[in-house]
Structures are given as structure tokens and as C-alpha cells.
Write a protein that binds this ligand. Structure first.
Ligand code: ATP
Ligand code: BTN
Length: 326
């Protein structure tokens, strides 16, 4: 029995006895127990019921590539290259990066869990199975790296659109790559570029969207994080539906970005900019400083007003921004 099959058997949210799980999979109860432990180690809080049996604290839905594909509008589906769902992979972005030469444009890779999910500057992205969304997409561009400025901000707008479609209107954007809700991180965006500086190039765009976080992940994240279940205060939409909506917005948005660049997203970015007029601490390797958010420029660089009243732009990938403590 594989951990995936076990999670699938428990996905309904009802208690299932160890004997029934073993029978279904044709394995021993010891083998079931081993996989329960493996799921727990990956962060799935499988509960053991008094008198035997296991259950998840809430129902879930495993990702199904065919269902996600079938949910796409035909015109969108025609644009989307491959759409692959893995049980476990090191990182969906690494998987795309390894296959750039052979993948079609707008190829998507998703995974139920990542053993080496990463954020900016190699920080870990905690990726327990069966609860969140971890996906990456390949987008090719002809115009070189300069045509890609503002891409991670535009992807943020695409995610805000997707969340809006799912009924979530409280999410906003924290420059350069976070989607926050109620001051906590709901989703992260990782854009990695390769190819020619001024010719054909490719972006691998990774998105981690929290749908249901177990307590253990909250404890390990090191910053406030949140999920769709907390935002809606109950059961979030089904994971395959969420994936369909996110794939749709990314596929359509990335094609718009290819034609018009960040300009096509600037107004919506501004409308969702959580740093505008907010006192900030800019963590710059050349020296930290205090400033106030003044929006972003046409390239997507952050504009901030500094102590002497002048406005400077911040665009280094090395810079982090924190809201100043009140
Ligand atoms: P920056 O402002 O520099 O981007 P950041 O704290 O948002 O800083 P990132 O590298 O963008 O850092 O994202 C990685 C961080 O995200 C991790 O250090 C952790 O705090 C947090 N994190 C990890 N897993 C998750 C998750 N599943 N959901 C939300 N946040 C997570
Ligand atoms: C960040 O906030 O720094 C970005 C986090 C991006 C996480 C996603 S999960 C899918 C894809 N695969 C990864 O290893 N990272 C991105």
C-alpha cells in the first residue's frame, strides 16, 4: 500500500478501520500502520479512533489531472501544454526546470507533496500532502529578460483573480511575491528565469497556495501563515476546482503578459497593493532602512519614500520588505 492510496481511502473524512484499509489494499495491518506513520511524518494529522480505525480531521480530495483538464474551457485547454500530477516530487519547479528543452509552452506540473519545496533564496516551502496546492508552469518568452520585469507581481494579480473567483476577496499582495490575507501568508510565488538575456528565454513559475494547513506547519513556518479553510471558516472549495481556476488564470494571464507585459496588470496590482502608504522596514544587504510604500513603477520595482522625503526604487532580488512594527 502506498501513502497515496491510504490518503485516498481516508479522503472522505470518515473513520476507516485498519482491517478494512488492509483488506482493501491487500496488505497487512502492519503495512497500513507503517503508511499511517509515513503520512503523519509528512504532516498529515491522521487521527487514531478509540477502538481502532483512522480518520482525517476533515475531508479532502486528491488531485486528478484529468478532472482538472476537463474543468478548463476548451480555448484554455488548447493553450495548456502538459498537465501532470505527481504524488511526491522534490519540487515542481525543479521538475519543470529539468525538462525545459522538451516541454511545451504552458506545461503544468503539480504534486501532492514536495520533499524539497522552496521559496525565494532557497528557503523551504513546507509541503504536506493532500492539503494545499503546489504547482509550476513553464512560460516561454521571445523578448529576453527585460520583457519579464514585473512577472512575479503579475502572477500575484492572477492569483488574486483566481481567489476572487473562488469567493475570496480579502487577499492582497505584498511585494514582490506573497499573497497575504489577514496579515498572514496565503500563497507564495517563485519565478525562475533561464535562457538568453536578450533572446528566447523561459520562466518557471511556481505557486504554493495553502488550502488547509495542519498545526505542525503553522508552528514550523516562522511567520504567520494562513489557508483558505480559515478564511472561509469551514470547508474550502474542492482542490480540483481550485486547481482548475488557478490553471485557467495563469494560462490566460501569462498569455496576456506575453503580449502586454506588466502594464496590463499594473492597475489591478495597485488595487491589491498591501504596502501602499504603509511604514516599511527594507532589509537590504547594503543596510536596512525605514520607508513608506509608494506603489510600484512600470517595471514592477517597489517605490518607497525615505526619511528625507525622496522616493527611491527597490528592485534587488536580495531585498526583503517587512511592515514596520507599529
Ligand atoms: P521575502 O519577503 O524575502 O520574500 P518570506 O519570509 O516571504 O520573505 P520566502 O522565501 O518568500 O520568504 O518564502 C519562504 C517562507 O515562507 C519560509 O521561510 C516560511 O516562513 C514560509 N512558508 C513555508 N512554507 C509555507 C507554507 N506552506 N505556507 C506559507 N508560508 C510558508
Ligand atoms: C515564496 O513565497 O518564496 C515562494 C514559494 C513558492 C512555493 C511553490 S510550491 C510549488 C513550487 N515548487 C517549489 O519548490 N516552490 C514553488
Amino acid at each position: 500500500m502506498l501513502a497515496r492510496d491510504l490518503l485516498d481511502a481516508l479522503a472522505g473524512g470518515d473513520a476507516v478501520s485498519g482491517a478494512a484499509l488492509a483488506r482493501k489494499a491487500g496488505v497487512t495491518r502492519a503495512a497500513v500502520w507503517k503508511q499511517i506513520e509515513a503520512l503523519r511524518l509528512k504532516g498529515v494529522p491522521v487521527e487514531a479512533k478509540v477502538g481502532g480505525g483512522y480518520r482525517l480531521p476533515w475531508p479532502t480530495e486528491l488531485l486528478d489531472g484529468q478532472r482538472i483538464r476537463a474543468g478548463l474551457a476548451p480555448a484554455t485547454s488548447a493553450q495548456v501544454g502538459m498537465l501532470e500530477v505527481h504524488w511526491e516530487i522534490d519540487s515542481t519547479s525543479s521538475e519543470i526546470a529539468r525538462r525545459i528543452p522538451v516541454l511545451d509552452d504552458l506545461a503544468f506540473v503539480m504534486a501532492e507533496t514536495q520533499s524539497a519545496g522552496r521559496g525565494r533564496r532557497g528557503r523551504p516551502w513546507l509541503s504536506p500532502p493532500g492539503m494545499n496546492l503546489y504547482l509550476s508552469v513553464l512560460k516561454r518568452f521571445d523578448g529576453g529578460f527585460a520583457s519579464l520585469s514585473g512577472l512575479s507581481l503579475a502572477v500575484g494579480v492572477m492569483l488574486v483573480r483566481a481567489l476572487g473567483e473562488l469567493g475570496i476577496r480579502t487577499a492582497g499582495l505584498k511585494w514582490p511575491n506573497d499573497v497575504l490575507a489577514g496579515n498572514a501568508k496565503l500563497a507564495g510565488i517563485l519565478v525562475e528565469l533561464s535562457g538568453e538575456y536578450s533572446g528566447p528565454c523561459a520562466a518557471v513559475i511556481g505557486v504554493g497556495l495553502n488550502i488547509r494547513l495542519p498545526d505542525s506547519v503553522h508552528e514550523r513556518a516562522g511567520q504567520p501563515i494562513t489557508d483558505l479553510a480559515s478564511i472561509v471558516g469551514g470547508d474550502p472549495p474542492g482542490r480540483n476546482h481550485i486547481a482548475t481556476v488557478v490553471v485557467t488564470e495563469l494560462a490566460e494571464g501569462l498569455r496576456t503578459f506575453e503580449r502586454h507585459g506588466f502594464a496590463a496588470f499594473a492597475d489591478e496590482y495597485a488595487a491589491n497593493d498591501l504596502l501602499r502608504d504603509v511604514p516599511l522596514r527594507i532589509l537590504d544587504p547594503r543596510g536596512d532602512f525605514e520607508a513608506v510604500g509608494e506603489g510600484v513603477d512600470e517595471r514592477g520595482a517597489l517605490r518607497v519614500r525615505v526619511a528625507d522625503g525622496s522616493v527611491v526604487t527597490v528592485d534587488s532580488a536580495e531585498v526583503s520588505v517587512r511592515r514596520s512594527a507599529p
